[in-house]
Design a protein around this ligand. Structure first.
Ligand code: FPP
Ligand code: K
Ligand code: ZN
Length: 487
């Protein structure tokens, strides 16, 4: 069935075959899966061989004999994914494979998909869909990572933002909708990505500052909208908004967090304590104290802490770092190579970002000097294999997806590409903490240690490890509002 430009996988494993005594444990795994294709590129004299470590071509060596609906769906997922990882499914012209059995990035197809997804938006017109700001952000961020110039969207983003802003502060999901921290975060990031002072000037910073004060709670956290739930997304989005817009931190008496006997309590006070209370017994982070740990909230926690001060100070002093790192590491599965969002759940391409992007922040937390951590804390090869082999749409449609069998969408396109960028780069924080909650200078390099299983031309552009937009976009917006000063 294989019609690859590269030779097919060997029928017989040419090195050691790893088998398990108890074959019945694999009863639900498709028997067509190749047992082993381990080849060592250095010792291989056979250039007909595709080099894929057996870690990525075999079911897991350890298999819990307890069969549950959870274990069955996990087994099914593995048997569906293994042929993709071996490069034996995508057998048409849309994919070309290298000697590592990794297909190239379908850059043009993904670019077209994201432009199309943006094109379906009615630009300047008010829309009823509350996730419209998210679509703007996902598409623009994805296009930027793929190297596209998105400045042509300046006017439509500006007008869309204008239609979504409320005079009482913040942005709703569409005209007339209640302001929400998540939609406000997405609109501001979209404005930053396309850039341009006219767009920045749409933001009513004074109303934004007042509104954030109304959302701030005494326990340090933020409600996501007035009268809405308080969770760690709120804390991360608020920290992003405050720092990008260079807002003052003072609270006025209208804020539920205002304390006349402690006038120093401000917008960022108590945020770290709130984040601390979200770490669970598993080591991961939950949406709010006493909920289930999930990767999306781990990123919110680490991103938020990285904006409160130097991550080398704020992260270890707030969280149990060894147990968080253990939990994050447990999110990466083999043979899949990708990450799951929580314990006993399936891999999903979007966690390439939510979990993957935690690692540069953990690295920054671990390094007290600007010496890079050269040993990767996760398998970059596994992540890149999962993304390029399993998360690319296999039709003309383009776009990226959760896993084989799922449709591509803008959300997964954005976060799969962001995860790919994490896998391909190394971040170093030049940590010069001035104690004022200002971040140091993040510097990025291509990650060149170990095996490079992808083609050099497939490297995507890096995005800022905390704001998840291009670094130039962060500098542009921060610089503009810092120079402008007050309201
Ligand atoms: C579970 O979905 C997903 C969650 C519990 C969290 C989702 C939150 C985010 C993706 C982002 C939040 C961040 C910001 C900045 C707004 P599921 O049960 O469908 O998936 P699962 O089985 O993989 O857990
Ligand atoms: K999911
Ligand atoms: Zn997903």
């Amino acid at each position: 069935m294989s019609n690859l430009s590269q030779p097919p996988l060997p029928q017989e494993p040419d090195l050691e075959v790893v088998t398990d005594d108890n074959d019945s444990d694999y009863s639900s795994i498709d028997s067509e899966i190749p047992l082993s294709t381990t080849t060592n590129p250095l010792s291989s004299s056979n250039n007909n061989t595709i080099m894929i470590d057996s870690l990525f071509t075999n079911p897991p060596l350890l298999h819990d004999p307890l069969i549950t609906s959870t274990s069955l769906i996990q087994d099914e997922t593995v048997s569906e994914i293994l042929p993709y990882l071996s490069g034996t499914t995508q057998d048409h012209e849309l994919f070309t494979y290298n000697e590592f059995g990794v297909p190239s990035l379908r850059r043009e197809a993904h670019i077209n998909f994201l432009h199309m997804s943006l094109g379906r938006l009615p630009g300047r017109f008010v829309a009823a869909d509350a996730s419209r700001p998210w679509f703007l952000y996902w598409c623009l961020s994805g296009l930027a990572m793929l190297g596209e110039d998105v400045t042509k969207y300046r006017d439509s983003v500006k007008e869309t933002a204008r239609s979504m802003q409320n005079p009482t502060g913040g942005f709703g999901g569409g005209g007339g909708q209640l302001s929400h921290l998540a939609t406000t975060y997405a609109v501001i990031l979209a404005l930053a990505i396309v850039g341009g002072e006219e767009g920045f000037e749409v933001i009513d910073r004074k109303a934004m500052w007042k509104w954030l004060g109304e959302l701030k709670q005494k326990d340090g956290g933020f409600e996501v909208c007035r009268g809405g739930e308080e969770d760690i997304r709120g804390a991360y989005c608020a920290a992003v908004i405050i720092t990008l817009l260079d807002l003052p931190l003072d609270l006025t008496p209208e804020s539920p967090a205002y304390n006349p006997s402690d006038p120093s309590f401000n917008l960022l006070s108590g945020v770290a304590d709130y984040v601390r209370r979200c770490q669970t017994y598993e080591g991961g982070i939950s949406s709010s104290p006493s909920a289930e740990a999930h990767g999306a909230y781990a990123f919110c926690a680490l991103g938020c802490l990285s904006l409160l001060g130097s991550p080398s100070v704020t992260i270890p002093s707030t969280l149990n770092l060894p147990s968080l790192l253990s939990w994050l590491s447990s999110r990466q599965y083999a043979p899949e190579g990708g990450f799951s969002g929580r314990t006993n759940k399936l891999v999903d391409g979007c966690y390439s970002h939510w979990v993957g992007a935690c690692f540069p922040l953990i690295e920054a937390a671990l390094s007290s000097s600007s010496t890079p951590v050269n040993d990767s804390l996760f398998s970059r090869e596994g992540l890149i294999r999962y993304i390029l082999n399993c998360c690319q749409d296999e039709t003309k449609r383009g776009g990226l997806r959760d896993k084989p069998g799922k449709m591509s969408d803008a959300y997964h396109s954005c976060y799969v590409l962001s995860g790919l960028s994490v896998g391909m780069h190394q971040w170093v924080l030049d940590d010069d903490d001035d104690g004022k909650g200002e971040e140091g200078e993040w510097m990025v390099l291509p990650y060149l240690e170990g095996e490079q299983v992808f083609e050099a031309g497939d490297r995507v552009r890096a995005v800022h490890p905390v704001y998840v937009i291009p670094q130039a976009a962060v500098r542009g917006m921060k610089g503009y509002f810092r120079a402008k000063g007050g309201f």
